[in-house]
Ligand binder design. Structure first.
Ligand SMILES: Cc1cc2nc3c(=O)[nH]c(=O)nc-3n(C[C@H](O)[C@H](O)[C@H](O)COP(=O)(O)O)c2cc1C
Length: 181
C-alpha cells in the first residue's frame, strides 16, 4: 500500500508538519510533493493513501487543495493542517469538518491532525492598527491568538503529527477508515 503526502504551504508551517508526517510513515513506501505538482500530475493510480496538508485560508483550505481533494475517488485520505487561530480544539474541529466535506463520498476518511501555525509579523501590525482604532475584547483575543501561535508548530506538534500519520496508515492497512466524509 503506497502513500502520498501532498501539501500546500505559503510560509513553511504546513511544510514542517508534512516533514513530520513523512517521518511517521518511514516504515512505508511513498512520496511527498507540493500541491502545485500534485495538481499538474493528478492522482497517482498506484497510490492508495493520501495525506493532504493545508494552511487555514479563511476557515477552509486553499482552492488548489479543494480541487485536489475532490479528485480522490476510491482512495483513503487523511488531512493535516495549520491554523493561525490555533488555541481551540473546537475551532480545529470546525475547520476539519469543512475540509473533510470536500472529499468524495467514495473516499475512506482517516481523520485529521491540526495544530497552530505562526503568522507573519504583518498580521500583528494590522491587528495593532485595528486596536488603535478600537480596543475591543475581540481584537485583544486575536492578538493573544497571534502571540500563542508564534512558537508553532513546535516539537510536540511535530511528534503528534508523526504519531497521527503512523496510526492513520495502520487504520488504512486494516481497511478501517474512521467514517465516510
Ligand atoms: C490569506 C490568509 C488567510 C488566513 N485565514 C486564516 C483563518 O481564517 N483562520 C486561521 O486560523 N488562520 C488563518 N490564516 C493563518 C494561516 O493559516 C497560518 O499562519 C498557517 O499556519 C500558515 O501555514 P503555512 O506556513 O504552511 O503557509 C490565514 C493566513 C492567510 C495568509
Amino acid at each position: 500500500m503506497k502513500y502520498r503526502i501532498v501539501y500546500d504551504s505559503r510560509t513553511g508551517n504546513t511544510q514542517r508538519v508534512a516533514g513530520a508526517i513523512e517521518k511517521g510513515l518511514a516504515a512505508y513506501t511513498g512520496a511527498v510533493c507540493r500541491i502545485e505538482e500534485a495538481l499538474e500530475q493528478g492522482p497517482d493510480p498506484e497510490t492508495d493513501v493520501y495525506f493532504v496538508g493545508f494552511w487555514n485560508d479563511k476557515g477552509t483550505c486553499s482552492e488548489g487543495v479543494q480541487a485536489f481533494l475532490s479528485r480522490l475517488h476510491g482512495t483513503q485520505a487523511a488531512l493535516f493542517g495549520t491554523c493561525g487561530m490555533g488555541s481551540s480544539e473546537a475551532y480545529f474541529r470546525q475547520v476539519e469538518d469543512r475540509v473533510k466535506a470536500l472529499l468524495p463520498e467514495d473516499c475512506g476518511y482517516l481523520g485529521a491532525f491540526l495544530c497552530a501555525g505562526r503568522m507573519p509579523a504583518q498580521v500583528l501590525e494590522r491587528y495593532r492598527k485595528m486596536q488603535q482604532q478600537e480596543d475591543s475584547p475581540r481584537i485583544r483575543m486575536m492578538i493573544r491568538a497571534y502571540e500563542e501561535g508564534q512558537s508553532h508548530p513546535d516539537e510536540a506538534d511535530l511528534t503528534q503529527a508523526a504519531a497521527f500519520a503512523a496510526a492513520a496508515m495502520e487504520r488504512a492497512l486494516a481497511g478501517k477508515p474512521n467514517e465516510k466524509p
